[in-house]
Design a protein around this ligand. Structure first.
Ligand code: SF4
Length: 326
């Protein structure tokens, strides 16, 4: 059994204490930058429409993540219901905004059992928490429950970066790999297309905190990530994702060594067809412009998704079984 930082936090009692502190914050929720101040212990009236029980849309071994995350046996992915953003182009809109399909509602113990299933039965390399921000307290509680059951694989926090530094500080030593998006360099576009105020400031503070905690990506002998920060950047049409500004910020405020996953899979899902600026895929010129910027900044660590990859990555959460199978 690999000894992880979260084991030491569990043994010292710190993990349980953090779970309790985070749980208390649900009574007047300020878990994410929205600070809705609703009582999630008694209802689900905040922006994310999530109460105390955790809604799980799907859990599976996912082979479509970055190679260092999927490895050879897949990433043990848990897709949570709801989100604290409402992107008009969200490819997971069925579960993040639409609430279609059957959600499993679980408590901390139930979420722990899913983690153990992914580790023991599916032999996944890691636990990959997708859209975890609004469930940070429940996740810490679940890790507390899962450790006595044998949890010992890395935990991946796969978020939109609209996270609070105060909440992330509670995850220090629990999360091994941070996998945030950097979606915009403009608050105007973040507000218009994702319903987020001050996304640029919040996301940059959050990513800097993630980097402080875990540093650059470290892999094992098989090239599978065991620790570190991997930043995803989805190129939007018409330069809406502010790629130049965001990549420059990453290279200067963090490091040129930061692992970057440049994503070309943008597809006008959900309501994007109603937004003229977002109603098409990116073109070859837009793609190569961002690749040139990345190379010009000397950012050589990571992955470049090919331009024709959109269809390979669109999930369907209404399908029986695996959302990414065909
Ligand atoms: S986690 Fe949900 S309820 Fe809490 S502040 Fe964020 S959006 Fe509001």
């Amino acid at each position: 059994m690999t000894q992880r930082k979260y084991h030491a936090l569990y043994k010292s009692g710190e993990l349980r204490e953090r779970a309790e502190r985070l749980n208390r914050r649900l009574a007047e929720c300020d878990i994410c930058p929205r600070a809705c101040r609703v009582n999630r212990l008694e209802g689900s009236g905040g922006y994310c429409r999530s109460g105390k029980p955790v809604r799980v849309a799907s859990s599976c071994a996912h082979n479509g993540e970055e190679p260092a995350i999927s490895g050879t046996r897949g990433s043990g992915t848990i897709f949570f219901g709801s989100c604290n953003l409402s992107c008009v182009y969200c490819q997971n809109y069925q579960i993040s905004q639409g609430h279609v399909g059957l959600f499993e509602r679980v408590d901390g113990r139930g979420l722990a059992r899913i983690m153990i299933y992914l580790q023991e039965e599916l032999r996944c390399h890691n636990i990959n928490l997708v859209s975890p921000t609004h469930y940070a307290p429940q996740i810490v509680e679940a890790v507390c429950e899962a450790i006595p059951l044998g949890l010992d694989i890395p935990i991946v926090y796969n978020s939109n970066a609209y996270d609070c530094v105060e909440t992330l500080a509670m995850l220090d030593g629990i999360i091994d790999i941070y996998l945030p998006d950097i979606k915009y360099a403009s608050d105007k576009w973040a507000a218009k297309f994702s319903g987020a105020k001050k996304y640029v400031r919040h996301s940059r503070l959050a990513i800097a905190e993630m980097y402080r905690q875990v540093g650059n990506m470290v892999t094992d002998g098989e090239g599978v990530a065991v620790r570190g920060l991997i930043v995803r950047h989805l190129i939007l049409p018409n330069r809406l994702s502010g790629s130049e500004d965001s990549l420059k910020w990453l290279a200067t405020a963090l490091s040129r060594e930061v692992t970057l996953s440049l994503m070309a899979q943008y597809y006008p899902c959900h309501n994007a067809g109603n937004e003229p600026l977002l109603s098409r895929r990116i073109n070859a010129g837009e793609y190569s412009e961002v690749v040139d910027i990345m190379e010009g900044l000397g950012m050589g660590n990571g992955w470049l998704q090919q331009l024709d990859s959109a269809e390979h990555y669109l999930p369907d959460f209404q399908r029986e079984g695996h959302p990414f199978s065909r």
